[in-house]
Design a protein around this ligand. Structure first.
Ligand code: UDP
Length: 497
C-alpha cells in the first residue's frame, strides 16, 4: 500500500489558532495530496474542528484529528474549559500553563505513530505556546517548525517580551520612542503601543510571569512558517529572518481560497460561508446580505473585535454614541463588555438607552457570531473597525477593505501599527480596553475613513487596500507566485531531511 508523508500539528486552544492550523492542513493536502496531516488537541477543540470540517464541502481523507485527554479542573479551570473562548480572559494564563501537561501524552502518541508501519512522520508543526514540542520532535529525530501568524506583529510581540528589561522605554511623554531588536533602528515603537499586560510586566500577575518565562529562552525550531504574504509584509519578512535566523516560508494568506479569487460579478459574497467555523450564527446571513444589498457601494462600517476580545462598558457606550452621530450604516458584532460573563445574553444596559430602536434603520446590531467573511466580501462594506486579530486583517485586506484599528491584546497593537504606518490602509482609533474614547473622535474617524472624496484620507486608504488585495491575489493566482513557491519549498524540504 502506498504510504503518505505524515505531518503532525499542535495548535494552541484558541479559535484563531485552531482555524489557522486547519487551513494550513487543507492547503498542504490540496498542494500535495500525498501528505497526511494529524491535528492534535483537546477533545472539545477536536469536536469543533470536526464540525468545522463537516461544514466544508468534500472533507479530504488525509486530514485526521487526534484528541488528547485534558481535564480542565486539574489546571484550576472550570469543567470543560478547553478554549480561550469558553473561559474568562483572566484565566487564559492558566490555559497557557496547562499546555505543559500535553507533553507526556503527546510523546506517547508520537511514539505510537513512529512505531506503526503506516505513514512515515516527516515533521511537526507547532504553536509557540507548545514550548516543549521541539524536544519531543528531537527525541524522535524529526524537525519541528514554528507556525506564526503575521510576521511583523508576531516578531514584535516576541522581541518586546524577551527584551523588555533592555528596552529604553519611558512611560508616556514625547520621548517615549524606542527601538526593538530585530527591527531596523528607523522603526520606532512607543510605550502606548505595548499591551497593558506587557507594560505591567514588572508586576507579578500570571501573565507577567508567563511572559517573563516565555521571553527568557526561545524553544528549538528548525524553521518558521508564517501565515502572511511576503509582498505585503516586506519588513515583517525581514524581521522574522533577523529574529529566528532560520528558513522562513510565507505560506499565507491562510484564508478561504475563494476570498482570493477575483470575482467577475458584483456580488463577491456568493459562495463564501462563515458557517465553516462550526459556530452558530447570531444573525440570518441571508437577511444580513439583503440588508447590505440595500446600501451604496463601500458605505457600510463593519465592527467586530474577534472571537475572544471585548471592550469596556464605558467604551461601548461612547462607540454607540459616536456611531449614531456619524450617521453611517453599520454592522456591529457585540460581545459582553469587560466584567460580564462572556457567555451572557445581550443586555440593553450595555448600550445607551433606546440605542437599538433609534439605529434600527441605520445599522444591524449582531449579538453572537456574525458571518464575517460574507460581510467583508460584500461590495457595500466600506471599512472594518477591528481589534486587528491577524485572521481579520487578512480577511479584510483580501477584499481591499480599509481598517480602523482598535487593538485589545496579544500582538494586535503591533499589527495595528504596521497597518497604519507601513501599509497606510488603517488608522488607529483607540488601544486596549482601558483607554478613554470619545464619541466625537469615533464619529470623526468613521467619517474620515468612509469619506469618498477624491484624494481624501479615506480614498487614499481604499486605494492602498485595493493594491494590497491585488498583491495578495497575485500570490495564488494561476498556481504560481510566492505562496506556491514557499509551499513547494517547505514540503520538499520537510521530506528531504
Ligand atoms: N469571526 C467570525 N464572526 C465573528 C467573529 C469572528 O466569523 O462574529 C471570525 C473571523 O472571520 C476570523 C476569526 O473569527 O476568521 C477571528 O480571528 P482573529 O485572528 O481576527 O481574532 P481572534 O478571534 O483570534 O482574536
Amino acid at each position: 500500500m502506498e504510504q503518505n508523508k505524515h505531518i503532525i500539528m499542535f495548535p494552541f486552544m484558541a479559535h484563531g489558532h485552531l482555524t489557522r492550523f486547519l487551513e494550513l492542513a487543507y492547503r498542504i493536502v490540496h498542494h500535495d495530496p500525498s501528505f497526511t496531516i494529524t491535528i492534535v488537541n483537546t477533545p472539545l477543540n477536536i469536536n469543533s474542528l470536526r464540525s468545522a470540517i463537516a461544514n466544508r464541502p468534500s472533507p479530504p481523507s488525509q486530514i485526521h484529528l487526534k484528541p488528547i485527554p485534558f481535564n480542565s479542573t486539574d489546571h484550576g479551570l472550570p469543567l470543560h474549559s478547553e478554549n480561550t473562548n469558553n473561559i474568562h480572559p483572566s484565566q487564559i494564563p492558566l490555559l497557557i500553563k496547562a499546555c505543559t501537561s500535553f507533553e507526556a501524552p503527546f510523546h506517547q502518541f508520537i511514539s505510537e505513530v513512529v512505531s506503526s508501519e503506516r505513514n512515515p512522520l516527516v515533521c511537526m508543526v507547532s504553536d509557540g505556546f507548545m514550548r516543549w514540542a521541539g524536544d519531543v520532535a528531537k527525541s524522535f529525530g524529526v524537525f519541528n517548525y514554528l507556525f506564526l501568524s503575521g510576521a511583523y506583529g508576531s516578531v514584535a510581540a516576541i522581541s518586546v517580551a524577551r527584551n523588555l528589561p533592555y528596552l529604553n522605554m519611558v512611560d508616556g511623554g514625547t520621548h517615549d520612542e524606542f527601538s526593538v531588536p530585530s527591527f531596523p533602528e528607523t522603526c520606532r515603537f512607543r510605550h502606548i503601543e505595548l499591551t497593558p499586560r506587557i507594560r505591567a510586566l514588572n508586576g507579578d500577575d500570571e501573565f507577567a510571569k508567563l511572559f517573563k518565562q516565555g521571553g527568557s529562552s526561545l524553544p528549538e525550531y528548525n524553521g518558521v512558517l508564517c501565515n502572511t504574504v511576503k509582498e505585503i509584509e516586506p519588513l515583517g519578512f525581514e524581521v522574522v529572518q533577523n529574529y529566528f535566523k532560520l528558513p522562513v516560508w510565507c505560506v499565507g494568506p491562510l484564508i478561504p481560497i475563494k476570498l482570493l479569487i477575483k470575482n467577475t460579478g458584483s456580488d463577491t459574497s456568493k459562495g463564501i460561508t462563515s458557517q465553516r467555523s462550526g459556530k452558530k450564527l447570531g444573525i440570518d446571513p441571508r437577511y444580513c446580505m439583503e440588508w447590505l444589498d440595500s446600501h451604496p457601494t463601500r458605505s457600510v462600517l463593519y465592527i467586530s473585535f474577534g472571537s475572544e476580545n471585548t471592550i469596556s462598558k464605558t467604551q461601548m457606550m461612547e462607540l454607540a454614541k459616536g456611531l449614531e452621530e456619524s450617521q453611517k450604516p453599520f454592522i456591529w458584532v457585540i460581545r459582553p463588555p469587560i466584567g460580564f460573563d462572556p457567555k451572557s445574553d445581550f443586555q440593553p444596559e450595555w448600550l445607551p438607552s433606546g440605542f437599538v430602536d433609534r439605529v434600527a434603520k441605520q445599522g444591524l446590531v449582531v449579538t453572537g457570531w456574525a458571518p464575517q467573511l460574507e460581510i467583508l466580501c460584500h461590495w457595500s462594506t466600506g471599512a472594518f473597525l477591528s481589534h486587528c486579530g491577524w485572521n481579520s486583517v487578512l480577511e479584510s485586506l483580501s477584499q481591499g477593505v480599509p481598517m480602523i484599528g482598535w487593538p485589545l491584546g496579544a500582538e494586535q497593537g503591533y499589527n495595528a501599527k504596521m497597518l497604519a504606518e507601513e501599509m497606510g490602509i488603517s488608522v488607529v482609533l483607540a488601544r486596549w480596553a482601558d483607554t478613554r474614547i470619545t464619541k466625537e473622535e469615533v464619529s470623526r474617524v468613521i467619517n474620515m475613513v468612509l469619506d469618498k472624496s477624491e484624494g481624501g484620507k479615506g480614498d487614499v486608504m481604499r486605494k492602498k487596500a485595493s493594491e494590497v488585495r491585488e498583491l495578495m491575489r497575485a500570490t495564488i493566482e494561476n498556481n504560481k507566485g510566492s505562496y506556491y513557491n514557499a509551499m513547494n519549498d517547505f514540503l520538499t524540504r520537510c521530506v528531504s531531511i
